[in-house]
Design a protein around this ligand. Sequence first.
Ligand code: TMP
Length: 261
Amino acid sequence: MKKGKKLYEGKAKIIYATQDKNLVIQYFKDDATAFNNQKKSTIEGKGVLNNRISEHILANLSQIGIKNHLVKRLNMREQVIKLVEIIPIEFITRNVATGSITKRLGIEDGTVLKEPLIEYCLKDDALGDPLIAEEHIYAFDWATKKEIEKIKKMILRINDFMVGMFRGIGIKLIDFKLEFGRIKINGKNEIILADEISPDTCRLWDSVTDKKLDKDRFRKDLGDLIPAYTEVAKRLGILHEQSNVSAVNITKLSTVKKKSK
Ligand code: TMP
């Protein structure tokens, strides 16, 4: 697959054109940002791990009938994905209250929610991805009611699947962020899961110790981000005997270089 021109560069990924107008290449960078880009760093090896973890989760979701943009992983940092029109909303699902919701609503950190809570944020970096109500989505035509109903059903299935998958490897799925896109399949408009699912976009706590195995290690300056992401990949069974070597190498490379502001 030939890589064409850069179409878009986000905070953690770059999208390149291919010779097929329906497919693009998604490149996972090592850049980490938090608090709407106020905190920035480069963490060597992060992109490699996110590429593998996201591929694994999206491939598993495909198998339970959750349509998504993944076509195939190309190499350590790149995957071929279907080009979609991204719906400009970040869909946050919470099983346990932590992070922004605890500050916003004064909820005690670690409160287990009675049922999964879905929140919507407008995907707009300049505005700091503000929280919105479902009514805003319809008022400003960011998506239709039919699309949101479909997405909510998909989210609940994805959450059920992922909670079970992580529970099986001793990890609690605390919360996560998803993005969805519009695509025409055989002339029919469809909504499919897009973007990535990785420790950058989920909160993952060890079931026994509550140790954070996700990007909170960067957000909260806890250190050892690469060993934590490697631990997630190992428990998912992605890093086998042979690739353990590369995991060790990634760990050795895990020096955090501060970017000049
Ligand atoms: P929050 O507690 O900061 O609102 O984050 C909730 C979840 O969504 C957490 O798993 C991190 C993820 N997330 C992203 O992936 N991207 C974002 O821009 C934000 C704000 C959160």
